[in-house]
Design a protein around this ligand. Structure first.
Ligand code: DGY
Length: 406
């Protein structure tokens, strides 16, 4: 057995709680929504039944309105281990925010590895309800895109793309950050940003998780993953013998893609749009590369040119930098302001494969595996040096390494 395979499998075993996997025993000691989907993509190669359990546990926390909460709290974890915990959210063991909808892709992949019609038939209506929530409750801009109402919903918490909209938020005070007990302050979001995250989450909670506050943004990463998830749902519907539903999912994907093209595309890149001001940000972040996942993307050649150009230097640095290498805010070690993350690398590699860029995809794969193994499956790495940052033994880094090796 490949040594890296065994080490990655050991990380997933150590992070397994019995019905779900923690991203990190120290920094993130509960179940996170998009982490679980990426973790299932790797777990399916070790134990399809555990991968199914991972996703079924997450969907057991689905709200009546269809949303999949971004955190499902583990009752056995001590309250002081993570902030903001269940007492903050007041929502029965979950948070009230969401994360990018990568679940349909994970469900389909788990089924492809080990066909299980019952699993598919159980999750299909739940996935539909989840996507319907995004379509109906989150089209704040009225253009057919899903808006996020908190930076945590993008999964890319302190991306420079959020600096503009976040500047309107008055930071909360009087809480204790738990993340700094486990992570270096220089690798994590600033105190000021954290205060704004807490303020936004508290305001949203106080509205009964209905009314967005100052932060309402159409993110190209979230929407590209939404369109890709509709394509995955189409494949699931085909598997279940529902061709009319499959056609409807493909149309839904095409509508999101068209809306992204009309609203977020500008000058060779997809930018986030601040719904409150109507202004597109000018930040080149890795989220703008994720539309490469869409096989019909007409502007793929221009987007690939940006990806391989000076801003991201794809194939010539480690992974996919989370932020523009040429921007003044680029910070190679600070969370989503520069470091490369393995889930983004994995997604961009999928996009490269879908657009016939096999040589670049294979170089990216080799680099992702080597970097993960050398850094003990770091949460993120410096794109220029490959040095590890953040947590080690990180769930999705280990899981996606398994998927790349499988
Ligand atoms: C964290 O706690 O840092 C997460 O990113 C929020 O979900």
């Amino acid at each position: 057995m490949d040594v890296t395979w065994g080490r990655a499998a050991a990380v997933l075993d150590a992070n397994w709680l019995g019905s779900s996997t923690v991203p990190s025993r120290s920094l993130y000691p509960h179940q996170w929504s998009w982490d679980s989907a990426f973790i299932a993509l790797g777990l399916r190669h070790l134990s399809p039944s555990r991968a199914r359990r991972e996703l079924l546990t997450l969907f057991s926390a689905q709200w009546r309105d269809g949303r999949i909460p971004h955190i499902l709290f583990n009752p056995d974890t001590p309250p002081e281990a993570y902030f903001p915990g269940p007492d903050f959210w007041r929502a029965r063991r979950t948070s009230g925010l969401v994360q990018p909808p990568v679940h349909a892709r994970a469900v389909l992949a788990v089924h492809e590895t080990d066909p299980d019609r019952t699993f598919l038939a159980t999750l299909y209506p739940k996935l539909r309800a989840w996507h319907e929530y995004l379509r109906t409750h989150r089209d704040a801009g009225g253009r057919g895109l899903a808006a996020i109402v908190h930076p945590w919903e993008s999964g890319m918490d302190n991306s420079p793309a959020w600096d503009g909209p976040l500047s309107r938020v008055t930071p909360s005070a009087g809480f204790v950050r738990r993340d700094l007990q486990h992570g270096a302050a220089a690798d994590r979001p600033s105190d000021e940003d954290y205060g704004r995250y807490v303020r936004l989450a508290a305001d949203y909670r106080d509205s009964g998780y209905q009314d967005p506050g100052a932060f309402v943004v159409e993110d190209p990463g979230f929407n590209a993953l939404f369109a890709d998830a509709e394509l995955a749902l189409a494949a699931i519907a085909e598997e279940l013998g529902l061709p009319a539903a499959a056609a409807a999912h493909r149309e839904a994907a095409a509508r999101v893609e068209k809306a992204m093209q009309e609203t977020l595309w500008d000058n060779g890149f997809f930018f986030a749009r601040d719904v409150r001001t109507g202004v597109r940000t000018r930040e080149y972040t890795c989220a703008g590369l994720l539309p490469l996942l869409l096989p019909d993307l007409a502007v793929a050649p221009a987007l690939l040119a940006t990806a391989t150009g000076p801003r991201f230097r794809l194939g010539r640095v480690h992974g996919v930098p989370s932020h523009d290498l040429t921007a003044p805010e680029f910070d190679p070690g600070r969370y989503w302001r520069g470091p490369s993350w393995s889930n983004v690398g994995w997604l961009v590699r999928q996009g490269l494969l879908r657009h016939g860029e096999h040589a670049l995809a294979s170089r990216l794969r080799d680099d992702l595996v080597e970097t993960a193994a050398r850094t003990d499956f770091a949460e993120y790495v410096d794109p220029l040096t490959g040095a590890g940052h953040g947590a080690r033994s990180f769930g999705w880094t280990a899981a996606l390494t398994l998927d790349l090796l499988a």
